[in-house]
Ligand binder design. Structure first.
Ligand SMILES: Cc1cc2nc3c(=O)[nH]c(=O)nc-3n(C[C@H](O)[C@H](O)[C@H](O)COP(=O)(O)OP(=O)(O)OC[C@H]3O[C@@H](n4cnc5c(N)ncnc54)[C@H](O)[C@@H]3O)c2cc1C
Length: 412
């Protein structure tokens, strides 16, 4: 039995039997992930061993619908499981987000979108191919969207294009920060159907095999944090893929982006997990419970107690918003739920880093040593607020604008 004080939902929060089982399974993978995390971080290498464990535990199919052989996790279940993984290895949880959402979006989320009967049956055929690869072959999917333009922020069409060819598509373009680069079997690329005028309405979501001719992984990867994500650059030069490569029907991504806003919050559970880990480490450190370390005998100082209290307050504020957001998430949420989703993403990303900052200041110099996890948690937590489309800045930007203007309103 894990200590419920450090669980994602906290004790007395109602999880159904399926959610409890999945959280327990994630918790049992956790200690191995935590043991390997320092090496992936030091080497900036991909967590292959962790993915083998995820595969063996049936987690690659976490969000694949049960009708397609998966575990059928919805947004809420996914988020709690993801945060649980985040407590142990941020890079694994963050990359697992890219993979899991590659099945959640074409799965449960697409089921709620308005599609014509023809689109629905085409999608059913296509997604059976992708889900089959994940469930039967253990395929890993990445989600490279970012291009270094305004597109990943949702303000312009993607510059990567898909040109219609007989029986499929020809892809050209470039994606930056492609987590799982070199490790993914498929890259689910957001691109724009090539027409004389590129439009966000023509966004396509297309899976490109990792070994496709014309696809190359370039550039180095030596960042501050989240080093195990191996998020290098992908270049697509006349890459040909068949029709079935489409992960969602034409127009469906654009519809989802405007009607299912919580789809963009799925990076944040990782960082909530990191915040819990930093808090747990601090309490255990000050209580002299870190294996291999002599007791530090500092907890009697009021400054330590106040810092821990401050961390606890921030953590509980974050948890309250996180759990509320899970209840809010649905298609066409009311405006206050949408604003709360921005506020939640903002709070998780900023508080995770702040809790890690307080943890280091409070535990002191020894906690910065690479032999302990705190300095890695601190560096990893710094990345959350930078992740598009909902960076901390853009969340504030959206809250301010949408609180003051209704759709279509403008000043004279
Ligand atoms: C560890 C890690 C892993 C990642 N993995 C992936 C991945 O798997 N797939 C993927 O697609 N991306 C991924 N990203 C990329 C990430 O989502 C961002 O796209 C990337 O960090 C943007 O960097 P940039 O410097 O080009 O940002 P810029 O676009 O230059 O933005 C810099 C800042 O300006 C602000 N800004 C940007 N656009 C606007 C605007 N229109 N209006 C107002 N303010 C704006 C934002 O706050 C942003 O933080 C990853 C990033 C990190 C750090």
């Amino acid at each position: 039995m894990r200590d419920p004080r450090y669980s994602v939902a906290g004790s007395n929060y109602r999880l159904d039997a399926r959610q409890q089982e999945l959280v327990e399974a994630a918790e049992s993978l956790g200690p191995r992930f935590a043991e390997r995390a320092a090496r992936y971080d030091r080497e900036a290498s991909f967590p292959h061993e962790n993915y083998a464990d995820l595969r063996d535990a049936g987690f690659l199919g976490l969000c694949v619908p049960e009708s397609h052989g998966g575990r059928g996790a919805d947004f809420r279940t996914y988020s709690i499981v993801s945060a649980t993984l985040g407590k142990y290895c941020g890079a694994t949880a963050l990359t697992f987000n890219m993979h899991a959402c590659s099945t959640l979006w074409p799965g449960a989320m697409a089921d709620e979108l308005d599609l014509t009967p023809e689109q629905r049956s085409e999608h059913e055929r296509h997604r059976a191919v992708h889900f089959g690869r994940v469930v039967r072959e253990g395929a890993i999917y990445a989600q490279p969207f970012s291009e270094g333009s305004a597109a990943a922020a949702g303000k312009a069409p993607f510059g990567t294009t898909a040109t219609r060819v007989e029986g499929g598509w020809r892809i050209n373009g470039k994606k930056i920060f492609a987590s799982l680069s070199g490790a993914a079997h498929y890259y689910g690329v957001l691109c724009t159907e090539a027409k004389p005028q590129l439009s966000m309405r023509d966004t396509l979501y297309i899976a490109v095999p990792g070994d496709a001719p014309g696809l190359s992984v370039v550039g180095d990867w030596d960042p501050l944090g989240m080093r195990g994500t191996v998020s290098r650059t992908l270049v697509f030069k006349d890459v040909l893929v068949p029709d079935e490569a489409q992960m969602m029907p034409r127009g469906a991504y654009h519809q989802a982006a405007s009607r299912w806003p919580h789809m963009f919050t799925t990076l944040s559970p990782t960082y909530f997990g990191i915040a819990i880990a930093a808090y747990e480490f601090t309490v255990r450190y000050l209580r002299g419970e870190i294996p291999g370390m002599p007791p530090v005998k500092r907890r009697m100082y009021p400054t330590k107690q106040i810092a821990v209290a401050e961390m606890f307050v921030k953590l509980e504020q974050t948890r309250a918003l996180f759990l509320r957001m899970l209840d809010d998430a649905r298609i066409d949420p009311p405006k206050d739920a949408r604003l709360r989703a921005y506020a939640t993403q903002y709070t998780i990303m900023e508080n995770a880093n702040d809790i890690c900052r307080l943890a280091i200041r409070t535990c002191g110099g020894q906690s910065m040593l690479k032999s302990l996890p705190l300095e890695r948690l601190y560096r990893d937590s710094r990345c959350g607020a930078l992740m598009l489309p909902w960076t901390a800045e853009l969340c504030l930007d959206r809250i301010g604008r949408e609180a003051l203007y209704e759709p279509g309103e403008a000043d004279d």
